[in-house]
Design a protein around this ligand. Structure first.
Ligand SMILES: Cc1cc2nc3c(=O)[nH]c(=O)nc-3n(C[C@H](O)[C@H](O)[C@H](O)COP(=O)(O)OP(=O)(O)OC[C@H]3O[C@@H](n4cnc5c(N)ncnc54)[C@H](O)[C@@H]3O)c2cc1C
Length: 399
């Protein structure tokens, strides 16, 4: 008998799950609350969709169950996804280790998934918000447009990250109603904010820098804003910093504004300047190292030091200046909202899922994608996880 399967959510995980299940000859219906599937996918990678990464291990992810993440990404790795897209008619290219469609357009990814679903006879019902699920001899899925029945169910509703028109995210509620545990949800891949008295001065500066928090360390283009710090390196360390702020801990990010020079060389440059004929203040000399706005911001922290003449400054002054540049302690007191986040940390406790992503509490119920307590770094890791888990759940649910 043909198995009737409902996929809740037509995002990356949901569309992939629908394709995998339909390839296994299941009768598949996707219920999507928006007017079209894959809307968030269209925004990814600035519209170019960085969908996976050639360097991909469990270390690129956060979540309470690292072994689960390792087993899952090993089951459906980068090459599997590239091959899937090739067979669906999409070619890819890699920038460094990051993978994109060769068209460099996210709509290509959405397009091939939609065509594949259509070719396999998957029904996609849009403008349909799933509000609750009952389980009897089968699943009864209650929606804004009636009740749908299925033998198996895949929840792939993603997270609220960057979603503007948020109504209660029902999949967490559905999972809780069946007794599942949800780890607290917090934004990740977000800007970090603080009130260090420097923000209004450095607003608008972009500079290559290294930011570190705990064991996480990232180098790249740091964006300094009137609210704090942003850019890819900040996103990469935001997971732990957000958690620390949310737990009410004092949270300091160390910024190295000149990562390509070591401390001694920089002190050496300042000492050499002392022997020149310069009458300049230290802060004027630093205009050769940084944009003016950043020098002003740094001098806010220790104005007396920055206003010293290079000629009269002593070795300890140069040490203090260089330490302030290479180990600038930026206190974070807040972080970007859910709307500003690319993903959410927290979610469904993966210890409650089998390796096939079936609920250990409710047989026949599967979950995939960002709904799970797994979030990745920037670099295609989140979409890879959504596609991989969609594939695994779709194959298993249709058996
Ligand atoms: C701006 C931005 C850029 C990003 N760029 C990248 C990138 O380049 N690379 C990368 O790897 N990741 C990126 N991400 C993260 C990535 O988009 C997500 O991790 C990924 O889309 C998660 O896939 P998903 O299928 O789990 O959820 P989604 O793609 O969010 O899909 C969930 C779907 O479920 C629907 N839904 C929700 N609730 C219901 C309901 N109750 N009933 C019916 N339908 C429902 C939603 O409308 C949505 O279509 C980015 C995220 C953002 C916000």
């Amino acid at each position: 008998m043909t198995k009737r399967l409902i996929v809740v959510g037509g995002g990356a995980a949901g569309m992939m799950a629908a394709v995998a299940a339909a390839e296994n000859h299941a009768d598949v219906t996707v219920l999507e609350k928006k007017e079209q599937p894959g809307k968030k996918l269209l925004k990814t990678g600035n519209g170019k969709c960085n969908y996976s990464n050639f360097y991909l291990t469990e270390r690129n992810y956060h979540g309470h169950d690292v072994d689960f993440i390792a087993r899952t990404v090993r089951r459906f790795h980068t090459e599997d996804l590239v091959r899937f897209f090739e067979s669906a008619g999409m070619l890819s290219f890699a920038r460094e280790t990051c993978l994109y469609p060769s068209s460099e357009r996210a709509e290509t990814v959405v397009g091939v998934l939609r065509s594949r679903m259509e070719a396999l006879g998957v029904r996609v019902i849009t403008n349909t918000n799933v509000t609750s699920v009952r389980k009897g001899d089968r699943f009864f899925v209650e929606t804004s447009s009636g009740v749908y029945e299925a033998d198996s169910l895949i929840l792939a509703t993603g997270s609220e990250a960057s979603v503007k028109d948020r109504d209660p995210y029902s999949a967490y509620g559905i999972l809780k109603s069946f007794g599942h545990h949800i780890y607290p949800l917090l934004p990740s891949l977000v800007p970090l904010y603080g009130r260090n008295g420097v923000e209004e001065y450095w607003d608008g500066v972009r500079i290559q820098a290294t930011v570190s928090f705990g064991s996480a360390k990232e180098t790249g283009e740091l964006q300094l804003t009137a609210e704090g710090i942003s850019g890819i390196p900040v996103f990469q360390i935001s997971h732990d910093a957000v958690l620390s702020v949310a737990e009410g801990k004092k949270t300091f990010i160390l910024i190295d504004f000149l990562p390509h020079y070591d401390r001694d060389s920089l002190i050496g440059f300042l000492r050499e300047a002392r022997f020149g004929d310069t009458q300049r203040e230290i802060r004027d000399y630093l205009l050769g190292w940084f944009p003016k706005k950043l020098v002003f911001a740094l001098s806010r922290i220790n104005d007396d030091l920055y206003r010293k003449h290079v000629k009269v400054a002593v070795y300890e002054d140069f040490e203090a200046v260089v330490d302030g540049i290479k180990r600038f302690p930026y206190e974070v007191t807040a972080y970007g909202s859910v709307e500003k986040a690319q993903v959410m940390q927290g979610g469904l406790d993966t210890a409650e899922l089998t390796d096939s992503l079936e609920s250990r509490i409710v047989p026949g119920l599967f979950a995939a994608g960002e709904l799970l307590d797994v979030d990745g770094e920037c670099g295609g890791y989140n979409l890879h996880f959504a596609f991989a888990t969609g594939r695994i759940a779709g194959e298993a649910a249709s058996k």
